[in-house]
Design a protein around this ligand. Structure first.
Ligand SMILES: Cc1cc2nc3c(=O)[nH]c(=O)nc-3n(C[C@H](O)[C@H](O)[C@H](O)COP(=O)(O)OP(=O)(O)OC[C@H]3O[C@@H](n4cnc5c(N)ncnc54)[C@H](O)[C@@H]3O)c2cc1C
Length: 384
């Protein structure tokens, strides 16, 4: 057992951190204030090969393992949580989905452009009436010859108004629940794809979250991922790895909050000395660091199991649950250490606090993670 990063992973972490400190973090406050989508940064991430992590070079990628994906998301989130969302969605929820479940033709047609950030991806699972209960989705796919025609509404789609390619889930027969759901690679620059609304959010404001209407969106048979009825299984398998990215994002946001709190506690004086010399502040810093390290280890553990091909459903959910709840706690304490100044837009901690909240909601709420962990621990019959 070795808890250290390999030499290659450590070098990778340093180079991503330097890039983020130089090119990403300085823009985070502006993206947040102006709700600007980070197109420019994505292009740079593409040039660096980060949008092709986990994909072999012959398909436009840069290789690497899932620990490196977690490191990239963590470091990006440390600089700008919104940018890390945009990145994680296109890589983990689109490129890696086609790479894992696509046939050779689909991989050749879609993966290279996504890996190089020439195209952007999104993931269309949630609907207005189907959130935690994704199996109840109503978007209909009807087959006619060599095409499917897809109609329905998708809700809360990250990158939904910006993406070129959507991993789209629709049902051939809602009465079949999960067994009717099928996955497709849909192209968004088509007449049947309409952006209804871009949401105004509490945090990760530089990322976009859109409601999408699909009106007889044409998807060729050659763009079906897997067989008819296999979509729900695909959606759940994807979440098994993509939730590791949300855990990594939570660790990154919390790390940024800890660093801000340490720096502020050293320079802020009250009662004649730096507040860092008051034991109450020291204990908070100690607890913050301890919880961050625990979450990081859970996250890397789940990523490592994924790399080794070992089943990791419970480990992923534990990492996501613990890291996201830790993140809210740590960012709240970092804000507290800043006193009244923490409540102002002049300091980044209020943004960290707002950005933290989403990690307990998307890709399965904390309640859903607890349901998964309980089911994996007690056995299927204990759940629903
Ligand atoms: C900013 C943002 C980005 C997102 N990006 C995407 C995306 O890119 N693609 C996508 O498909 N989706 C996306 N989502 C959707 C997200 O995954 C859902 O919001 C989430 O799964 C919860 O669904 P819901 O909002 O419908 O809440 P609901 O399912 O209605 O849940 C409401 C509350 O009830 C609780 N609850 C529900 N069922 C149970 C139960 N059985 N037991 C106990 N408690 C329960 C929930 O935990 C929650 O607290 C995004 C959401 C947001 C806010």
């Amino acid at each position: 057992m070795d808890f250290r990063l390999s030499e290659e992973q450590a070098l990778f972490q340093r180079s991503v951190r330097e890039f983020v400190d130089r090119e990403v973090a300085p823009h985070a406050a502006t993206l947040d204030a102006t709700t600007t989508f980070p197109h420019e940064t994505l292009r740079k991430l593409g040039d660096l090969g980060l949008t092709g992590l986990g994909i072999p070079p012959e398909y436009g990628g840069s290789g690497g393992d899932n620990i490196m994906v977690a490191i990239a998301i963590e470091e990006l989130a440390r600089g700008c949580a919104a940018t890390s969302t945009v990145y994680a969605v296109t890589l983990s929820l689109c490129t890696h989905v086609i790479w894992t479940f696509g046939n050779e033709d689909q991989k050749r047609r879609y993966v290279p452009a996504l890996s190089r950030a020439e195209k952007l991806g999104c993931y269309g699972l949630t609907e207005p009436e189907a959130g935690s209960d994704a199996a109840s989705l109503k978007t209909r796919a009807r087959r006619n010859g060599d095409y499917y025609f897809i109609s329905g509404t998708k809700q809360f789609i990250s990158n939904g108004d910006q993406a070129d390619t959507m991993i789209l889930f629709a049902t051939l027969d809602p009465s079949l629940r999960s067994r009717g759901i099928t996955a497709f690679i849909a192209e968004t620059r088509q007449p049947g794809y309409h952006v209804l609304k871009v949401e105004n959010k509490l945090g990760i404001r530089g990322s976009s979250t859109a409601a999408i209407a699909l009106e007889n969106l044409e998807v060729p048979l050659t763009n079906r991922l897997g067989d008819e009825g296999e979509g729900f299984k695909i959606a759940m398998q994807v979440l098994d790895w993509s939730r590791i990215g949300i855990a990594a994002q939570a660790v990154g946001i919390a790390q940024a909050a800890l660093e801000a709190a340490v720096s502020y506690a050293r320079q802020r004086h009250q009662f004649g000395r730096p507040i860092a010399e008051h034991q109450a502040i020291q204990f908070l810093i100690a607890d913050m660091r301890t919880r961050i390290e625990a979450a990081r280890l859970l996250t890397y553990w789940a990523a490592d199991l994924h790399d080794r091909g070992i089943r990791h459903t419970a480990e992923t959910s534990m990492a996501k649950l613990f890291a996201s709840e830790m993140c809210e706690w740590v960012t709240s304490k970092a804000l507290q250490i800043h006193g009244g100044y923490g409540y102002l837009k002049d300091f980044p901690v209020e943004r960290y606090y707002r950005d933290a909240r989403i990690t307990q909601i998307y890709e399965g709420t904390s309640e859903v993670q607890r349901m998964v962990i309980a089911r994996e621990t007690l056995g299927r019959r204990s759940g629903s």
